[in-house]
Design a protein around this ligand. Structure first.
Ligand code: NAI
Length: 509
């Protein structure tokens, strides 16, 4: 379906943070835009706000003044809903209340022509429910922008039960014409991003609650080893714990208490204490003046003579780590292994990539005396930190060669309490699992699921492409081990992941 023409009038209802931003996006794409807000003066204030934002770009030399003038000239405040009657597309961005939104759409239906597309920017309400009761529910869809709308690329185009395929396709093409990255999603709780992202926060909170390590170290690992722009704790502090906790609760309730989405008592306590994050001066971190800085708990430098590093078996995902050791001038001996499994040996230590079992269990299962597990990295050639965990009996002195090895490669090293799946592997496995389930349930395609997480949250890789790269059998095994370790449904593997692993398929061809 073709995109709407730039001459088509776009109406935006609600001139708050989102509505003003969406109006700006449409006006920048060349459309005449009408902005309506039921609070006196709010629509004009929204347009003035857009002008101020754009003039900052002029001051930085990133935009010409006449361009700004043209964009603002295309935006006009509307005094009544009736003034939106000749719009081709209406984007509603008002208060997050089902009854109020339904009321607005019912009124619009009586005012607008039959071809007007009706959309809601809701982040948590069901599109199916918003459309219920309309005479033509097939022309209503979700058009979910992210904050700030002019900056964030992702737009989720959400189809409710009744939404016409052509309506969704037109919205998709229009969002693309506006320079956005659109994805299709069906109306289910959290849509794509707010659902698939839950484990990023939830696993961090679990690891903290279980004493794997402290929050600053977890953040550092997800940034420096996982390649995420921000760790979960600094990100939750930025979003605000009240907002993040409310989203988690609403997704948890909407999925009838599925433990995969269970809210965290750690976060609840922060909300109860009023430690909402940056906006209140304190969350996990302390943002108040004179607060002591919080640093990750990395091991001090260990100076030790290193024995040769013996690399056995099919190295697969950890081949770049061994290459990095060679490049750092370490003596590396490569050899076959009877099992074919990837193992590194360093003196009396056996080193292996985590597979979701804790070190104690894996050492027992595999008959290894001194086992050190290391975490997944997005890119072993570029990572700058790594988490390790040791089997029982590997004391501080016995750990030193492993610490020295990774430090010699330029990595910050931290030792975790022996925890299943460590940090990055566990988080990535759970993100991929959630994305796989969304695909299984027809919420989105694998392509759109990955695209949404990259364009909406700047993830360094789509979770499903990441899982493909690791091998779905490995990711499935990791999840199964996590589930066995905790005995919890929360870690159950998505059937789609299992089926694809069994068929030796991947999500992306
Ligand atoms: P906001 O509170 O900044 O703005 C809402 C605006 O709507 C206000 O100016 C208010 O006067 C106006 N309004 C309320 N009821 C109205 C009515 N019946 N008719 C006309 N105008 C009315 O809210 P925000 O943050 O812009 O959110 C708006 C919508 O966008 C909500 O559905 C929210 O869930 C969704 N959303 C919010 C995001 C965010 O990060 N803030 C991100 C994505 C979606």
């Amino acid at each position: 379906m073709p995109a709407l023409a730039p001459s088509d009038i776009i109406a935006v209802i609600g001139a708050g943070a989102m509505g003003a931003g969406i109006a700006q996006v449409a006006a920048q794409a060349g459309h005449p835009v009408r902005l309506y807000d039921n609070s006196d003066g709010a629509a004009q204030a929204g347009i003035d706000g857009v002008r101020r934002q754009l003039e900052k770009r002029v001051a930085k030399g990133k935009m010409a003044q006449d361009e700004v003038d043209a964009i603002i000239a295309r935006m006009s405040p509307a005094a009544t809903l009736a003034e939106l009657a000749d719009s081709r597309l209406v984007v509603e961005a008002i208060v997050e209340n089902l009854e109020v939104k339904r009321g607005v759409f019912a009124e619009l239906e009586s005012l607008c022509g039959p071809d007007t597309l009706l959309t809601s920017n809701t982040s948590s309400l069901s599109i199916t429910s918003i459309a219920a009761g309309l005479e033509r529910p097939e022309r209503l869809a979700g058009l979910h922008f992210f904050n700030p709308a002019p900056v964030m690329k992702l737009v989720e185009v959400i189809s409710g039960l009744a939404t016409d395929v052509e309506v969704a396709e037109t919205l998709y093409a229009t969002a693309a014409a506006w320079g956005k990255v659109p994805v299709h999603a069906s109306s289910t709780p959290g849509f794509i991003v707010n659902r698939v992202a839950r484990p990023f926060y939830a696993e961090g909170l679990r690891l903290l609650q279980e004493g794997a390590t402290d929050f600053a170290t977890l953040d550092a690992l997800l940034r420096q080893a996982g390649g995420f722009r921000m760790g979960p704790f600094e990100l939750m502090d930025l979003i605000g714990h009240d907002v993040n906790y409310a989203v988690t609760r609403s997704v948890f309730d909407a999925y009838y208490g599925d433990t995969r989405f269970e809210p965290s008592l750690v976060q609840q306590a922060l909300v109860e204490a009023g430690r909402l994050g940056r906006k209140s001066g304190q969350g996990f971190y302390d943002y108040r003046d004179h607060a002591a800085p919080t640093s990750p708990d990395f091991a001090p430098t260990v100076e030790a003579e290193l024995p040769p590093l013996i690399a056995e078996g099919q190295l697969g995902a950890i081949a770049p780590l061994v290459a990095r050791a060679e490049a750092a001038g370490l003596e590396v001996v490569r050899r076959e292994s009877v099992s074919g499994q990837a193992r590194l040996r360093l003196g009396g230590l056996t080193l292996a990539l985590s597979d979701g079992r804790c070190a104690a269990e894996r050492a027992r299962d595999e008959g290894v005396e001194a086992l050190v597990l290391f975490d997944l990295c997005l890119d072993y050639e570029r990572a700058s930190a790594i988490a390790l965990a040791a089997s029982p009996g590997v004391d501080a002195e016995a750990r030193e060669p492993a610490t020295a090895l990774f430090q010699r490669l330029g990595l910050d090293v931290t030792w975790l309490t022996d925890t299943p799946g460590l940090v990055v592997l566990r988080t990535v496995a759970m993100l991929a699992n959630e994305a796989a389930d969304a695909v299984l349930q027809g919420v989105c395609s694998a392509r759109d699921g990955d695209l949404a997480m990259q364009a909406g949250l700047n993830y360094p890789r789509g979770p499903l492409a990441w899982a493909d790269g690791l091998g779905l059998a490995f990711v499935h095994r990791t999840l199964t081990h996590l589930q066995q370790s905790y005995g919890e449904e929360r870690y159950r593997a998505s059937f789609l992941l299992r089926r694809k692993a069994l068929a030796e398929e991947s999500f992306h061809v």
